[in-house]
Design a protein around this ligand. Structure first.
Ligand code: NAD
Ligand code: GLY
Length: 361
C-alpha cells in the first residue's frame, strides 16, 4: 500500500505528514528528517514496550537516546517537561539536535513544548501512535503542558519537521482509544466535508475492524482538512482554526465535571458535538435530520451522544471558563448544516440550558 503525503502549509514552516503502513521500519525516515546532531526520543511506558526498539533500530549506528515518561496525562506535568530538558542538557545536545516524540497526544504535547523551549527551539519529529494523535494533535504545532490552573494552559506553537503516521501501530491500540480517535475523525466531516461523513457512514464497521486501507484514508482525509485550516490560521487568531474545536467546549465541561480520566477526550468530544448540534437545531442553523445523522454515526462507532447524568449547572459553570469565551460570553463552535461550522456567541442561553439539562433532543 502506498504512503500518502500531505503538506501542511503553516506560514512559519511548511512540512509533510506521511501516512501509511510500515513507516516505522523505513530507515529513510530518520535519514531524511533528522539532521547531523544528536537524537533524543521521548515516549511513554506502554509505547516504549511496543515500539521503542523499532525506532532505535532505525537510528542504527548513529545512536538514539531515549526517555520514557508515564502513560497518559501524567506525562504533561511540568516535572516531565523539565526531565526532558535536563536530559537534553546532560547529553549536551546543540541546536542541530532532533527531539522525536513516539506516542500519543500526551507525549507529543510535552515533548513538543520541550523542543520549543530548548535553545529557543530545536528540530522536532512527530511519530504519533494513537489515532487521535495521527489525525489531530501531531499536526499544527500546538504544544502544551497542564498546570494546577488548567489543562493545556502553558505551551507554545512549534511546528514539527515532519509527522510520520505509521497506521500499523494502530493495531495495538485498545478499542476504547481507537473509538475516541474516531470521534475526531467524524469532527472533520462535520466541520468541513459532508461527503467524508458519508464515507464514514459506509466504512464505520471497517474502521472499527481496523481495515488498513480505511484507516489510511480516514487519517489522510482528516490530516488534509486540518492542514488546510492550519495554513489559514496557524496561530488560532482569526477564529478559523477555532472550528477544529467543534464539540470541545461541551466536551471539556464533561471531562471537568465528571473528573479528569473518567471520560476519554474523544468520548467527551463525541457527546459535545451532539450537544452543539442540538443547540444549532434550536437556533435554526441545522436541520433535525442532520443532527440525527451525526448522532447515529457517532453511536454506530460506539461513542456517547449525551452527557449522561452530569449536572447541568456544573457543566455550564465549566463552560464559562472556556478559553474561547470573550467579554464574559460563552462562545461555541456551532454547525451551519453538515460540513460547515463557525465560532459564535450568538445563541439563546435558554436553548443552551435546555441542551445542558437534556431537555433538547
Ligand atoms: P494518550 O497520549 O494518553 O494515549 C492514550 C493511551 O494509549 C496511552 O496510555 C498510551 O500509552 C497508549 N498508546 C499510545 N499509542 C499506543 C499504541 N499504538 N498501542 C497501544 N497503546 C498505545 O492520549 P491521546 O488521545 O493520544 O492524546 C490526548 C492528548 O492530546 C490530550 O492531552 C490532549 O490535550 C492532546 N491534544 C492535543 C492537540 C494539539 O493540537 N496539540 C489536539 C488534540 C488533543
Ligand atoms: N486541536 C485543535 C487545534 O489544533 O487547533
Amino acid at each position: 500500500m502506498e504512503t500518502e503525503r500531505i503538506e501542511v502549509p503553516a506560514p512559519s514552516r511548511a512540512y509533510p505528514v506521511l501516512v501509511g503502513p510500515g513507516l516505522l521500519d523505513r530507515p529513510q525516515i530518520l535519514q531524511e528528517w533528522v539532521g547531523d546532531g544528536g537524537i533524543l526520543a521521548v515516549t511513554s511506558r506502554t509505547v516504549a514496550g511496543l515500539y521503542l526498539n523499532r525506532l532505535t533500530a532505525l537510528a542504527g549506528g548513529r545512536g538514539c537516546e531515549s526517555l520514557v515518561l508515564p502513560d497518559g496525562e501524567e506525562a504533561k506535568d511540568i516535572r516531565h517537561w523539565q526531565r526532558i530538558l535536563h536530559r537534553m542538557a546532560r547529553l549536551e545536545l546543540k541546536r542541530d539536535c532532533t527531539l522525536i516524540s513516539l506516542g500519543g497526544g500526551c507525549v507529543g504535547d510535552v515533548a513538543g513544548f520541550a523542543a520549543a523551549c530548548y535553545h529557543r527551539g530545536v528540530n522536532y519529529l512527530q511519530l504519533p501512535t494513537t489515532l487521535l494523535a495521527q489525525v489531530d494533535s501531531s499536526v499544527g504545532g500546538k504544544t502544551a503542558i497542564n498546570t494546577e490552573w488548567g489543562k493545556n494552559l502553558v505551551g507554545a506553537f512549534h511546528q514539527p519537521l515532519a509527522v510520520i503516521c505509521d497506521t500499523d501501530v494502530l493495531n495495538t491500540l485498545p478499542d476504547r482509544q481507537l473509538k475516541a480517535g474516531l470521534a475526531e475523525v467524524v469532527k472533520y466531516g462535520a466541520i468541513a466535508d459532508e461527503e467524508f461523513l458519508g464515507w464514514l457512514e459506509i466504512n464505520g464497521r471497517a474502521l472499527l475492524a481496523r481495515d488498513p486501507a480505511c484507516l489510511r484514508h480516514a487519517v489522510r482525509r482528516s490530516v488534509e482538512i486540518k492542514a488546510a485550516i492550519v495554513g489559514e490560521d496557524e496561530h488560532d487568531s482569526s477564529g478559523r482554526r477555532a472550528v477544529l474545536n467543534f464539540g470541545h467546549s461541551f466536551g471539556h465541561a464533561i471531562e471537568h465535571t465528571a473528573g479528569y480520566g473518567q471520560w476519554l477526550h474523544g468520548e467527551a468530544v463525541a457527546a459535545g458535538m451532539c450537544m452543539a448540534a442540538r443547540l444549532a437545531v434550536a437556533e435554526g442553523d441545522l436541520q433535525s435530520r442532520e443532527q440525527e445523522r451525526l448522532e447515529t454515526l457517532l453511536a454506530d462507532l460506539g461513542l456517547p451522544v449525551n452527557a449522561g447524568d452530569l449536572d447541568a449547572g456544573a457543566l455550564k459553570k465549566a463552560m464559562l471558563s472556556d478559553k474561547k469565551n470573550a467579554r464574559g460570553r460563552i462562545r461555541l463552535i456551532l454547525p451551519r448544516g453538515l460540513g460547515n461550522a463557525r465560532l459564535t456567541g450568538d445563541f439563546s442561553m435558554d436553548a443552551l440550558d435546555a441542551v445542558l439539562s437534556g431537555r433538547a433532543s
